[in-house]
Write a protein that binds this ligand. Sequence first.
Ligand code: 6R9
Length: 657
Amino acid sequence: MSEANGTQPATSDALENLLQENRKFAPSEEFAANAVVKPGIYEEADADHEAFWAKQARELLSWNEDFTQTLDWSDAPFAKWFVGGTLNAAYNALDRHVENGLGDRVAIYFEGEPGDSRSYTYAQLTEEVKKAANAFESLGLAKGDRVAVYLPMIPEAVITMLACARIGAIHSVVFGGFSADALRSRIDDAEAKLVVTSDGTYRRGKPSPLKPAVDAALEAKGHSVSSVVVVKRNGEPVDWHEGRDRWWHEVVESASADHTPVPHDAEHPLFILYTSGTTGKPKGILHTTGGFLAQSAFTHKATFDLHAETDVYWCTADIGWVTGHTYVTYAPLINGATQLMYEGTPDTPHQGRWWELVEKYKVSIMYTAPTAIRTMMKWGEDIPAKFDLSSIRVLGSVGEPINPEAWMWYRRVIGGDKAPIVDTWWQTETGAHMIAPMPGITETKPGSAQTPVPGIAVDVVDEMGQSVPNGHGGYLVIRKPWPAMLRGIWGDPERYKETYWSRFDNMYFAGDGAKKDDDGDFWLLGRVDDVMNVSGHRLSTTEIESALVSHPSVAEAAVVGASDETTGEAVVAFVILRGNAVEDPEIVTTLRNHVGKEIGPIAKPRQILVVPELPKTRSGKIMRRLLKDIAEGREAGDSSTLADNTVMQQITSSLKG
Ligand code: 6R9
């Protein structure tokens, strides 16, 4: 770990706390007896990991052409899974269930923030996707073209993604909270031909616009977009660009509901999803069809103990993040599950909204993030206590390490002290769960993601890439290719190799620190690189720093993630102002808004501290570790390697003043 980055000290504090944790919760006999996954699965997967995945792929997916080779790793680290196989993702998610007599099963219960609701059976959703596929084709979209999706959490988002998959077009979903600039850079990088958006959505009881950001993104000439399809959601007035813009209800609703899915190669690209890396430029993570779907479907079934006939599943993630891709759009539908989709915020119109929905839809599997759980803890347990949560039988967590207190609260208050908690570690890059308990087998431990998913080879290694013994910490790596692994970074194969495969020989380096406890269970300790995790969302320090220095008032900026009780980490920025800006009393607000505009509101620093200098090593690297000490209210640590060791003194006295 570099001197300049400084997550190490925080990591060892976290370790000490976690070592005190020794509670264990075994599944009840009844749960274990009815569980989808039986003991023995680990041995089966260990015996032959390729055979294991081949079996899952054949059992969980319908192939037009069976594959002839499970894994081709001859061009490592570029993997090919299920070579020679062909299939259609949308057919697997929809048509085949209708053909199998499940057309009347509800696929999606949708609940809008204002309280409107609608539901789609598998038959209805299939019809909508066929219409959307025809509509997109009528706009000139063809196999391999890219589509930017900038939509709120409404069924049209899922319909759009599946319609793309059906055609073989590649979707690139951009989170609705990202700015016009962020949207434009993603449109440009993928050279998207079509944008699908909406007039807007509802946020905290008020209409919130989306279309204006698309208009702003496409204002400057030289882009690749020929059509924009607009879903009418909140009815707010929008500007209209004749010839470019079309209403969804005109093009999609009038399209034919007959559409034959064509089979695509197992390695045909399914989607691109941009994620923050350690440099300023987001990476377009590329996923392909067969492997992604196989591991997604398997993990969704195994980790959540899905009984598709009876369960009601709810993942609270937005489709703008990978969790919304794998565990909202694809896996639940591939598995024929019934799921709930909710548009809004958890506290509108009241802080019990989520629990009201659990009661209303009898949600049995809930999947959310630690930041949400901690927020609910703050609001108080008398709020969920007002609702009937007895339908809940499995609780999932994702996005960041879950602290034992939040884990215990989740289990006791939401899970009625009986529902197993599955803490799932994975990434945009891994595509699907990689470390997670199997709820009918694993004795769960508060705060630990515990065991690699069957068929996944996870390890913790030291600086030299040697596996560490139990009871030790180090870097989290993946030793063998896995079906849902990213196939590359869009347009940049070198960066793919460099980012993930260059730190250790023949191992994928995830960027996370982890520890193995005495039982060999995994405990995740956060990022070891310059990526922050704010409410489960990845933000790059570099990206926010470049946004700050792009403002004319800022000479230099350094950003750190400071621990925050609710959001896990919070963005804290240290800036050196240019001479003429020093006297501006509004400067902090101006800069926060500037970051919001450049990247999106989620990236706005919680705090911006104006300082006279930044601590740097002789080689010019900013020592973020020292800034983190200040941001977290500690005495700054060892500053002996600073080029100028009076700098910390200058900073602290300027902040006091
Ligand atoms: C799925 C998702 C990935 C990063 C990852 C890690 C953190 C995710 C976690 C977790 C501890 C968990 N992370 N799940 N850390 N325990 N259960 O969040 O993908 O947005 O790409 O973030 O999130 O640091 O490296 P993504």
